[in-house]
Design a protein around this ligand. Structure first.
Ligand SMILES: NC(=O)C1=CN([C@@H]2O[C@H](COP(=O)(O)OP(=O)(O)OC[C@H]3O[C@@H](n4cnc5c(N)ncnc54)[C@H](OP(=O)(O)O)[C@@H]3O)[C@@H](O)[C@H]2O)C=CC1
Ligand SMILES: O=C1O[C@H](COP(=O)(O)O)[C@@H](O)[C@H](O)[C@H]1O
Length: 474
């Protein structure tokens, strides 16, 4: 469904990695699919001024490099709608934004019965978390906060205290209904399918508890480097970038109890109720941090950096459904493979077959449109009772009638335009997430262990997943 109200999307940090890789291509997708209003404009901001032509070139290059083939063709069309202004958090230059916004609003309603105030203004903060509060305050100072929607990237804060301070600033300026805290893993097709498969099907849903599942794994290894965003990354690290954010949210989608309904409030409540039962991490027993060899030689990384580029954690979910079942969460940069997988390692119902049984698993790939793979012990056809392992894969893109998936950033942006908050996080859930994560920020934080680029991270992380081992490995 497209939205009719004219729109200005203000993209703060428009030259950054996230904007180029995700947000601008998402905009190209929405434009091609007719999901943007007829009248819209994109206003980029950043600390260094660049010309309108430079911004247009950046936009075209971003869609060229990171957009789909179909979106590339329409990239030129996007540049008909752009402007660029200076940094809004800087007192010297923040006057630029109100003027630029005003011009765009007027231009958008020109020739219609609409008033410039009818234009929906969405601010997308694709900037480091340290800039969220200054930009929010600057919007207030400039009187630009009424009626706007603001999208905050993750991590929303970098500690429990900074999360609370940021949220206090945000609520001084905005109503909760104006705030969209994004975690794009919630926007992935396959993450959304997790609860559909579970609650619509007793084969999966009936086995979704501690009686049937021995381990849950949420594994997101990446071959990706961080050289192009070392400044941001060194101040963040894998645990803040991915664990307290994406991996916790996906773990919550796996662990949650059935929601009372399918409304935004019901789904959010179910997801966030279970985060309140995440036991605070025990860094000594349950966490391994790593740093890939060569990381400290990157431009922008100090020689003595102790930033983690890898994290593996064993999380305990203290609900009746999951008590005693380890949730193994792992992610890292420059690892052996790229994947985004949830694995349920199933228990054997009896020991009739001894040790020959297994592995029995449900594996759910979160990449692309997603896939569900069942791995089960079977009888190997033949005269003897010999066991083998069989696998069946269901790729969601093969489901009939054929779907029309939106990439997560395009889907979430569309939700912001429609005001649909189902897939966004709230202070209640984030408060619980920070409480479970907090021990990793203190003195007990383990030193990151070195690992070879192209490997599966420090060997010590393998022990966390015993006795079954990580489903994703060589
Ligand atoms: N990269 C990714 O894959 C993902 C990133 N994120 C999140 O997105 C955010 C940005 O990350 P990323 O793009 O990787 O980082 P980058 O360092 O690549 O980009 C950040 C951008 O922010 C701009 N910036 C910094 N301070 C300000 C400010 N005060 N006002 C306006 N612009 C500012 C910089 O632009 P300039 O130099 O022009 O000022 C820079 O281009 C982070 O919160 C991150 O966690 C979330 C999901 C995925
Ligand atoms: O938020 C982030 O996510 C990306 C991985 O997400 P993907 O869905 O695009 O693969 C990660 O590389 C990045 O470090 C992190 O900030």
């Amino acid at each position: 469904m497209s939205v009719d109200r004219p729109l200005v999307l203000v993209l703060h940090g428009a030259r950054g990695d996230l904007s180029r890789r995700m947000v601008l291509p998402a905009l190209a997708t929405l434009q091609r699919r007719g999901l943007l209003p007829e009248r819209w404009a994109l206003l980029g901001t950043g600390r260094e001024p660049i010309s309108g032509e430079e911004f247009d070139a950046l936009l075209r290059d971003a869609v060229d490099e990171f957009g789909s083939d179909a979106d590339r063709a329409g990239a030129r069309e996007l540049t008909r709608h752009t402007a660029y202004a200076g940094d809004v958090s800087d007192d010297d230059t923040h006057d630029e934004l109100p003027g630029a916004l005003d011009r765009l609003r007027r231009a958008l309603v020109d020739g219609t019965d609409l008033d410039p105030q009818d234009v929906l203004v969405v601010h997308y903060l694709a900037v480091p978390p340290s800039s969220f509060a200054p930009i929010t305050r600057a919007l207030h100072r400039a009187g630009l906060h009424e009626g706007i929607r603001v999208v905050y990237e993750k991590p929303y804060g970098t500690s429990p205290e900074s999360f609370r301070e940021l949220d206090a600033v945000v609520h001084e300026v905005l109503d909760e209904q104006q705030v969209f805290r994004i975690d794009h893993f919630l926007g992935k097709e396959a993450t959304q399918n997790l609860h559909v498969s579970r609650f619509a099907n007793e084969l999966l849903g009936g086995a979704w508890d501690r009686h049937h599942v021995a381990q849950v794994q949420v594994d997101v290894p990446e071959t990706l480097d961080v050289a192009h965003r070392a400044g941001f990354y060194d101040a963040t690290g894998a645990a803040l970038d991915m664990l307290v954010t994406h991996l916790f949210q996906v773990a919550a989608e796996v662990a949650m109890d059935p929601p009372t309904g399918l409304s935004a409030d019901d789904l959010t409540a179910a997801r966030e109720d279970v985060i309140a039962h995440f036991r605070p991490l025990d860094p000594g027993a349950d966490v391994v941090l790593g740093q890939f060899e060569g990381y400290r030689e990157l431009d922008g990384v100090p020689d003595d950096s102790t930033t983690d580029t890898f994290v593996a954690a064993r999380l305990w979910v203290d609900t009746d459904r999951w008590r005693g079942v380890p949730f193994l969460l792992r992610t890292g940069k420059r690892m052996a493979a790229s994947a985004q997988q949830v694995t349920l390692v199933l228990r054997s119902p009896s020991d009739l077959f001894g040790e020959d049984v297994g592995p029995n698993r449900v594996e759910i790939s979160l990449a692309g449109s997603g896939a569900v793979r069942l791995t089960t012990t079977v009888k190997r056809p033949g005269p003897d009772l010999a066991l083998a392992t069989g696998t069946a894969t269901l790729r969601l893109e093969d489901v009939e009638p054929e779907g029309d998936p939106l990439p997560p950033y395009a889907g979430l942006l569309q939700d912001v335009l429609e005001g649909d908050r189902t897939l966004f996080t709230t202070p209640r859930g984030l408060e619980s997430a920070w409480r479970a994560f907090e021990p990793l920020l203190g003195d007990a934080r383990p030193d990151p262990l070195p690992y070879r680029p192209g490997s599966w991270g420090p060997v010590a992380a393998d022990a966390l997943a015993e006795p079954h081992g990580w489903a994703l490995r060589d």
